[in-house]
Structure formats: structure tokens, C-alpha cells
Ligand binder design. Structure first.
Ligand code: DTR
Ligand code: ZN
Ligand code: ZN
Length: 437
């Protein structure tokens, strides 16, 4: 394409990107293999109203909503009242920590298979230093609005839905640990997915997906692929939020995170916008974690991603398939109109040959995917082309390809090879994943 025409197309594409995102999620997103279920939009206006209410509670109770303080109990009562009015079966679970009474709020949506529970949770407590609107009013308000949307639409999923708001997370995951330790193993085994949301509206946001259960992870990644937004694996959080006790107890877990006190890199700022060299949330655990400390776009996208996961993980009638995943999320820059580059994964522990339906996850950030040739290279050097300069001026490749690799021995080093064959547009590999059944 002529440079001038391409630049105008690029400008057009840029204008399009700056417009509203149409979240056309690919049918392949459904975790059970069925067509993806489309949830209702979660109103970010409603989520922000919940945050304003939590802010008012903090302001009226000494400036915080911390464990053992009046602001926390007022927060729990606020959330419980809305859920009771919406038809949920709620219960307050009490515990003692640091000499004060703590509260977990558990809300069950009547119906669904009681032996297959899809559970979503967020900690509702703040630190004593401030109102805790991003940490973690954001997660709490988003799952509250999702629960209210379930009620408003009278959603009747195959599986049973449960929501939880935890106390005393900031003291060391106390509330969620109390819940897991006091739930009999047979009841815990019925929880087929626990989804955790702790800080999802950070002012300088990243889009991180927990990399624990592969099906839950893929569900969130599929949602963001539908928006054309690359995600990264959440690596700093193992053990740092309320999914940890569930994971230790063998429950499949997943979740979303927009970042805390770590600093956004230049590469992250290129793919997500925002400010490089600045923390994802400069008000982490500080008095300035108020309603002004929220990025509305991140909050909106993450709230809709929560609804997408709740609807899709609860609609299938079979336990979502799990697989053995080998993944490389290191960014690899692609030279413009230059030499091919590769991202590698080393497969081990798989018996025999690869399957005829090998899932090849490809995430490439690029402003003109018609420039690209993308190949899967097997350990013996066999080449499987998955993308050959299609797509024209479209942005990004976030696709899971199915490759018949049954003639290849599974174990060994597999490579994703990418070459840019035309000048002007640039990009990088942001993720390469192989999933074996
Ligand atoms: N522990 C959370 C904040 C936090 C820090 N890293 C992660 C990773 C994943 C989830 C949460 C977090 C808190 O301060 O509440
Ligand atoms: Zn915190
Ligand atoms: Zn938190």
C-alpha cells in the first residue's frame, strides 16, 4: 500500500481506536467450547456511584473503612442492604482479628447447580490511612454491580453464583482465610472457580490477568482480545490477595488487577497508554486513595470483563476443560520491514506427539497486521504458517489458532516466528502460548 494511503488509513484506524470499543468477543471465547454468552453491560456510572457512597462512608467514619473501625461495618451494611433488596440470600460471617470483630459478607443468588459454584470475591476493607477507593472499593463496587445486574436481568445460569466481600485483607487475608478454613472440604470442592478482584481501577492502569487456572485466565484474555487490548500475566500477586487461600485449598482461581505501587514501563505505556516511570497507583495505601484516584476506562473495562467471566463460566454445563499450558509473555520487538524474530517455549512432560488440535495462542501488538508473516516452528524445525499478511491495516493479533501438530514430538523448544515484510508500521510480540489437552 502506498505510504500516503497507508498513513491516512492508519490515521483512520487511529481515529477508530480512539472511538468507543465494540466488544465483539470471538465465539471461541466460551470456556466450555460453546458460543460465548454475552452479559449485560455493567454501568460504570453505577459502579462509580457505589464508590461515591463508600467515599461518603469513609468521610463520615474517621476517613477510612479499615478492619475494626466503624467505617468497615458501615461498608458491609451498605453492600448487604443492596443485595438483600435484590433478592440475594446473604449471611454475615464474623471472626476476630487484632482484638476486633471482622465481617465477611457472603451472598448467594438462588438457583443453579449447588454442586457447581462460581464465586467472585473482593476485599471491602481499606487500610487505616485512607478511604481505600481503588484498594479495594473498585473490586467491591464492580462485583456488587455485577451481582445487581444478575438480579435485574434475572439471570438463571446452570451453575450456582456466589459473591463475597472479605474483611481484614489488609491485615493478611484474614477474612478469606477464615472463610476457606471454616468451609468443609466437601463444600469447598463444589467451588469450580473463585474469581478475585483487588484493585481494578488504578489511575495509571495496567491490564493484568492472573495466570493460575488456564480456563479462567483464557476467559479473561478472550474478553480483552475482543477489545483489541493486550494483557499481561499478573506476576507480583501470588499470595498477595484473597485468591491465595482458595488456591492453597485446591480451588481453581483467577482474577484481574490494574496495578499498585510497581512502576509502569515504557513498553507498557506504549501498549496501554498512561505514564511510564510512574506507579500504576501512586496513592496505594495512602490518604489520597479517594474517588479521584480512579481511571474510569479501566474500571469500566474490568467491570465488563467480570460480567463476561461470571456469565460464561456459569453457563456451561460441563466443568471447563483444563490443559497444560506453556507460555512466554516477554515482549519481543519486531524490526520494521526486517529480519524475523522469535518467542520460544520449552515443552516438557508431555508424552508422545502433539495433538491434532494444538492450541497456539498468539498476541502481537502491531499497527498493520497485513505486514506480518507468523509461523509456528516445531522442535524439529517444521514450519506451520498461521498468518500470512492478511488483515490489512487492522491492529493487533490476539488469536488462538488450532494447528494439527500430530506428526510432531511434543517435548522440545517450540518457536513463534514473526517477520514484518513492509515499511512504516511497527510492533512487538507480547505473548506466545501452547495449550496441550
Ligand atoms: N495486596 C493487595 C494489593 C496487591 C498488590 N499486588 C497485588 C497483586 C494482585 C492483587 C492484589 C495485589 C492489597 O494491598 O490489598
Ligand atoms: Zn491494600
Ligand atoms: Zn487490595
Amino acid at each position: 500500500m502506498k505510504l500516503s494511503a497507508r498513513l491516512s488509513a492508519l490515521a483512520g484506524a487511529s481515529a477508530l481506536v480512539l472511538g468507543a470499543f465494540a466488544a465483539a468477543v470471538p465465539a471461541s471465547a466460551a470456556p466450555s467450547g460453546a458460543a460465548a454468552v454475552t452479559p449485560p453491560d455493567i454501568s460504570v456510572t453505577n459502579v462509580k456511584q457505589h464508590l461515591a457512597d463508600l467515599q461518603s462512608i469513609a468521610t463520615a467514619n474517621g476517613g477510612n473503612r479499615a478492619h475494626g473501625r466503624t467505617g468497615y461495618k458501615a461498608s458491609i451494611d451498605f453492600v448487604k442492604a443492596k443485595l438483600d433488596a435484590a433478592g440475594y440470600t446473604t449471611s454475615l460471617q464474623t471472626f476476630t482479628s487484632s482484638g476486633a470483630t471482622g465481617y465477611n459478607l457472603i451472598a448467594d443468588w438462588p438457583g443453579g447447580d449447588p454442586n457447581q459454584v462460581v464465586m467472585s470475591g473482593s476485599h471491602l476493607d481499606s487500610v487505616t490511612a485512607g478511604p481505600g477507593i481503588n484498594d479495594n472499593g473498585s473490586g467491591s463496587a464492580a462485583i456488587l454491580e455485577t451481582a445487581l445486574a444478575v438480579s435485574r436481568t434475572n439471570f438463571q445460569p446452570t451453575k450456582h453464583l456466589r459473591f463475597a466481600w472479605w474483611g481484614a485483607e489488609e491485615l493478611g487475608l484474614i477474612g478469606s482465610k477464615h472463610y476457606v478454613n471454616n468451609t468443609p472440604a466437601a463444600e469447598r470442592a463444589k467451588i469450580k472457580a473463585y474469581l478475585n478482584f483487588d484493585m481494578i481501577g488504578s489511575p495509571n492502569p495496567g491490564y493484568f490477568v492472573y495466570d493460575d487456572d488456564p480456563t479462567i485466565e483464557q476467559t479473561f484474555k478472550d474478553y480483552y482480545a475482543g477489545l483489541g487490548i493486550p494483557t499481561e500475566i499478573e506476576t507480583e500477586g501470588d499470595g498477595r490477595s484473597d485468591h491465595a487461600p482458595f488456591k492453597s485449598a485446591g480451588v481453581p482461581v483467577g482474577g484481574l488487577f490494574s496495578g499498585a505501587d510497581y512502576t509502569k514501563t515504557a513498553a507498557q505505556a506504549q501498549k496501554w497508554g498512561g505514564t511510564q516511570g510512574q506507579a500504576f497507583d501512586r496513592c496505594y495505601h495512602a490518604s489520597c486513595d479517594t474517588t479521584a484516584n480512579i481511571n474510569d476506562t479501566a474500571l469500566d473495562r474490568n467491570a465488563d470483563a467480570i460480567a463476561y467471566a461470571v456469565w460464561n463460566l456459569s453457563s456451561g454445563t460441563t466443568t471447563p476443560p483444563t490443559g497444560t499450558v506453556f507460555e512466554n509473555t516477554a515482549d519481543v520487538s519486531i524490526p520494521d520491514n526486517g529480519a524475523a524474530v522469535t518467542s520460544s517455549v520449552t515443552v516438557s512432560g508431555i508424552t508422545g506427539n502433539a495433538p491434532a488440535t494444538l492450541k497456539v495462542g498468539v498476541d502481537i501488538v502491531h499497527t498493520y497486521i497485513g505486514d506480518l508473516i507468523v509461523d509456528l516452528i516445531a522442535p524439529d524445525g517444521s514450519v506451520y504458517n498461521v498468518h500470512n499478511r492478511a488483515g490489512g491495516s487492522a491492529d493487533n493479533i490476539n488469536t488462538t489458532y488450532t494447528v494439527n501438530a500430530s506428526s510432531e514430538v511434543a517435548n522440545g523448544v517450540w518457536k513463534l516466528r514473526v517477520q514484518d515484510k513492509a515499511a512504516v508500521d511497527t510492533g512487538y510480540i507480547s505473548g506466545f502460548k501452547l495449550t496441550f489437552p
